[in-house]
Structure formats: structure tokens, C-alpha cells
Design a protein around this ligand. Structure first.
Ligand SMILES: Nc1nc2c(ncn2[C@@H]2O[C@H](COP(=O)(O)OP(=O)(O)OP(=O)(O)O)[C@@H](O)[C@H]2O)c(=O)[nH]1
Ligand SMILES: [Mg+2]
Length: 307
């Protein structure tokens, strides 16, 4: 019996791609039933490829979260697109997420192009997200508009935020995967270390509280991450911005903004790690870091500085 089960085990990589802000990271958190990826209402929250590993009794689905595919304006943006394309090349199946509330955008056509240029075309599932925000009639219209972007594409409709339709996505992926052994230990949920997730949760807290270009000019470096058994964890981090004026905005009048970001981030890290956290945050200027290849490398955006 046990052997039989093992023989039918399926495994593979599912790349989750789409325009910025359509809900890719939310979908992955929902599929996993826990928060591993930063989510915010601002586009370009995800900067790196992050794995979300979903293991069930009969399958292991390695979900690849990717930065939103967009029209880039600096080295960081170009590199982010390149990472999303790399994920497409590694994928056994592509989950193409779109926002069902808006009509297709030129950036969606960019995705059609990228898919068409792949040498080996994996199965593609188009997932229409955020259906909690629209009516049945509108959804039918949107299905057609998005289907027109890609010949004979399979579609499902979900609300990643409200966990609606998520099981169907899992079933669809499982059906398309080939038999094979798991790639990762059965209890592993991501390839990120807790400190990397913490850095992203700090950035998420800043993204939610700041406006315009400021939040995107932030990079977070964890300087210290220490377990203190009796009091939880001590984390010290630096938020880098590109200009003095941005530093002022991030700190806020009398330090109120920095305090609010710190409180929000601390709560999110506590929820993620199920223990108390003491968080120390500071802000520094690193002029135009998003175009600085060495700094991008230092920050772990490894290959993002390449032309
Ligand atoms: N109403 C509603 N909002 C959603 C849903 N899914 C995601 N969102 C919201 O959409 C925003 C963007 O979500 P993310 O998961 O960060 O989107 P993303 O595609 O990963 O974005 P990038 O990493 O910036 O490319 C957040 O404010 C989410 O709460 C949904 O099903 N319904
Ligand atoms: Mg994301």
C-alpha cells in the first residue's frame, strides 16, 4: 500500500507569473495556508524569486513567486523582469495570474510574447483573481477578453484573498505534473530563511504606509537576527533610501512614520514566526542604489544589476 502511494507521487515546478499587483504572492500564501511572501497594495512588492513549497500526501508542488512583469525604468526593474522570465524557463506548468477587475493591459501582452518565445511550452493556466470585487456578468466578459490573449488557454477564477477557488487550482496543477519524487523535504515551505522573509515584511510595512516613488526606493538589510530565549528574537535592520528627502519622509514628523512601520513590521514578523520580536529600525541614504550594480549585489539582488 505504502509503496503504491510513493509510486503515484507527483512533483514539479509551477511558475506564478503576471503583471505587478495582480495577487501572485497572495495566491501563494493562500495555497500554502500560511504567510511566507510579502503582499502589499503597491505594485512591485516582490523583487526576487521565492519558492513556496506545497506538499500533500500525493504531490509536491514547488510554486515560484516572481516579480510582476512590467515595463522597467531602472536596472532593478530590468533584473526583476529577467527573474520572472527565468522562472518561466524552469516551469513544468505556468500559472498566469490576472486581475479580473481590469481589462487586459499591454503588460499582459508582454506575457503572451514571453510565453510564445519559450522553446518548450509548458501547460498554461490563466487564473482570474479578485473575483470577490466583481459580478458574474462582468466575470464572463473578462474571461473572454483574457482568453483572447492566448489560444485555447485553460482558465479558473479565484479570490486569493478570500481563499475562494483555491482547491481547483491545486487539482489542476496536480493533474498536469508528472510522477516523480519530492524535490524538497516534506515539511519545508519555502527556500527563504526567516531573516529574508523578515526583511520583506519590513519592506511590506513601508510599502503600505508610504506613497508615490518613496516605498519603491527602499531596500532592507538585516544587520542582526538573534534568538533571545526568554524574550523572543532581537532583530536590527537598516532601511536604505535613495535621497535625503526620502529619508525625512520615512522617518516622519517626530519619528512617527518610522515608528508606525516598525510596529507593523514587528507584528507581521511575530505572526510569521510565532514568537515575540524586538525590532530596531534605522534609515540610511544610498544615492540612486537601484542603478548601482554593486549595491544590488550586496543586497542579494544577485544578478539584477546585469545589463
Ligand atoms: N479584493 C482582493 N484583493 C486581493 C486579492 N488578491 C490579492 N489582493 C490584493 O492585491 C494587492 C496585491 O497583492 P500581491 O499579492 O502583493 O500582488 P503581487 O502580484 O504579488 O504583486 P507584485 O509582487 O508587486 O508583483 C494586495 O493589496 C492584496 O491584498 C483578491 O482575491 N481580492
Ligand atoms: Mg508579489
Amino acid at each position: 500500500m505504502e509503496e503504491n502511494k510513493q509510486a503515484n507521487f507527483r512533483s514539479g515546478y509551477a511558475a506564478v507569473v503576471g503583471r505587478p499587483n495582480v495577487g501572485k504572492s497572495t495566491l501563494i500564501n493562500s495555497l500554502l495556508g500560511q504567510k511566507i511572501a510579502a503582499v502589499s497594495s503597491k505594485p512591485q512588492t516582490t523583487r526576487l524569486k521565492q519558492l513556496g513549497i506545497l506538499t500533500t500526501p500525493d504531490a509536491q508542488i514547488v510554486l515560484i513567486d516572481t516579480p510582476g512583469i512590467h515595463l522597467p525604468r531602472h536596472k532593478l526593474g530590468k533584473g526583476m523582469n529577467a527573474l520572472a522570465e527565468e522562472a518561466l524557463q524552469d516551469a513544468d506548468i505556468v500559472i498566469w495570474l490576472v486581475d479580473a477587475n481590469v481589462v487586459p493591459h499591454p503588460e499582459d501582452e508582454l506575457i503572451t510574447q514571453k510565453l510564445s518565445s519559450l522553446r518548450e511550452l509548458p501547460p498554461v493556466l490563466q487564473v482570474l483573481n479578485k473575483i470577490d470585487l466583481l459580478s458574474e456578468g462582468e466575470l464572463d466578459k473578462r474571461r473572454e477578453e483574457y482568453a483572447a490573449l492566448y489560444p485555447r488557454v485553460d482558465q479558473l477564477a479565484v479570490s486569493a484573498k478570500q481563499d475562494v477557488g483555491i482547491e481547483d487550482v491545486v487539482s489542476f496543477i496536480k493533474e498536469k505534473l508528472s510522477e516523480g519524487a519530492p524535490f524538497y523535504p516534506l515539511d519545508q515551505v519555502t527556500d527563504y530563511y526567516e531573516r529574508e522573509i523578515a526583511a520583506d515584511l519590513i519592506r511590506e510595512a513601508a510599502l503600505e504606509r508610504l506613497r508615490d516613488e518613496v516605498p519603491h526606493a527602499i531596500a532592507v538589510r538585516i544587520d542582526e537576527y538573534q534568538e533571545r530565549n526568554d524574550t523572543g528574537a532581537f532583530i536590527s535592520a537598516t532601511m536604505f533610501v535613495e535621497k535625503d528627502s526620502q529619508k525625512g519622509i520615512v522617518i516622519g514628523k517626530g519619528g512617527t512614520m518610522l515608528k508606525s512601520i516598525g510596529t507593523g513590521a514587528r507584528r507581521a514578523i511575530e505572526a510569521m514566526s510565532s514568537r515575540k520580536v524586538f525590532l530596531e529600525l534605522r534609515v540610511k541614504v544610498n544615492k540612486n542604489w537601484r542603478s548601482n550594480r554593486d549595491f544590488l549585489k550586496q543586497m542579494g539582488y544577485e544578478d539584477l544589476g546585469e545589463e
